[in-house]
Design a binder for this molecule. Structure first.
Ligand code: AMP
Length: 212
């Protein structure tokens, strides 16, 4: 029976970095709606065309689109543990996720809350890079690749995301506070709070326990 978890926290709180580190040692499928949307944008699909401007403005893509891509991803994923990264982001998404899991006879086991200040996330995001091929995350100063602007894993070029600018990052943080942070009370005693201002390796050690 698949176990379901959620990574919840503002943009730049380290969810993607932890997904990358944990997937090396644990059999966990991380489903990032941000990554799925960026793939749709890159492919030029109808969904991608709709999502592009919304993402560039730091706003949220509609719940209907998100639920459609999540349903397809869950149906295709075979893993003992599925962890959602960047989903759910609204109360509507959370209730629809409950309904989806209920149909499978499952529920969300734990929600990991990445607790970090706005100042920290803005400074982290502004140096962030991602591999154009395998999507592995790096940071120019905090987690640099061995060769500048080249992925350590697949040797493809690294890039900065279009929505990683100061203005859009601040907007995304404010949208997060308004729409997503309230989900902490929705998940109540299933929330595990981690101090996400610490270095990535300290956090990954804590998270190993959560999934064990
Ligand atoms: P992320 O990579 O998680 O920071 O997501 C990048 C952008 O994709 C967000 O700023 C939103 O525009 C969009 N997005 C990702 N996940 C969701 C979601 N669950 N609901 C609505 N919009 C999303």
């Amino acid at each position: 029976m698949t176990r379901f978890f959620i990574f919840l926290g503002p943009p730049g709180s380290g969810k993607g970095t932890q997904s990358d580190l944990l997937s090396k040692s644990q059999d966990i499928a991380f489903l990032s709606t941000g990554d799925m949307l960026r793939a749709q944008v890159a492919s030029g699909s109808k969904v991608g065309q709709k999502a592009k401007t919304v993402m560039e403005a730091g706003q949220l893509v509609s719940d209907d689109i998100i639920l459609e891509i999540i349903k397809a991803a869950v149906a295709q994923t075979v893993a003992p543990i599925i962890c959602f990264d960047g989903f759910p982001r609204t109360h509507g998404q959370a209730t629809q996720l409950d309904a989806l899991l209920n149909d499978l006879g499952r529920s969300v086991e734990k929600t990991v809350y990445f607790d970090v200040s706005k100042e920290t996330v803005v400074s982290r995001i502004l140096g962030r890079q991602v591999c154009t091929n395998c999507k592995r995350p790096f940071h120019k100063t905090l987690r640099p690749s061995q060769k500048p602007d080249i992925c350590d894993s697949c040797q493809s070029p690294l890039m900065s995301r279009d929505d990683d600018t100061q203005e859009v990052v601040e907007k995304r943080f404010d949208v997060y506070m308004a729409e997503t942070q309230p989900l902490l009370s929705f998940y109540g005693d299933r929330v595990i709070t981690v101090d996400a201002s610490r270095p990535a390796q300290a956090i990954v050690d804590d998270l190993q326990q959560v999934f064990s």
